[in-house]
Design a protein around this ligand. Sequence first.
Ligand code: FES
Length: 218
Amino acid sequence: MASSDATTLGGIHAPETSRRDFLYIATGTVAAVGAVATAIPFIAQMNPDASTLAAGGPVDLDVSKIAPGQQVVIRWRERPIFVFHRTPETMKTLQDPKLLSQLSDPNSLQMQQPPYATNATRSIKPEFGVLVGICTHLGCIPVFYPQPNATTPVTDWLGGYFCPCHGSKYDPAGRVFSGVPAPYNLPVPPYTFVSETTIRVGENPSGSVWDFGSIRQL
Ligand code: FES
């Protein structure tokens, strides 16, 4: 897992410092508080040691402890990673024509995910969504609103992620809605299941080669 290069690790490029990074740091703290608070027990249980985190190495998470409908936020390469245990209802919603007709890239044609997550759920296992929690507009952290709601956070909400900075909307698979400021779907990081119940973020499945640096936009 070690790297001799501060900007790359295992073929994965670390982000350049940019205005978007600054905005993420400046605005992310408030938006992420609620989600992170519920995740603390899991993070403490599964966190790698400090040197691994500092090097940006892979991070493991036991997803068996995430109840259906809940989301845990872990940190990988200084970025929030949303891990959502989808309910059967949510998985059904992902294929609802009413939803699909409102999305900018419903079939994930833009390279915002690895090939092994280019499918109807943008994930390896349909019941677990894994997303980089950074809005593709200017880098805020979208807020998790999994349940449909008539008025909150906006009218006729179908469930998913809402970015409070400028109102971008994403579905529960991180697909962006049409007509909002964000141009692309939320990125999916490289990840794999190292056991039935443990995911490793930062590593491709065995036999897959994919460079996170090749995504269209973070
Ligand atoms: S940063 Fe998310 S909508 Fe602008």
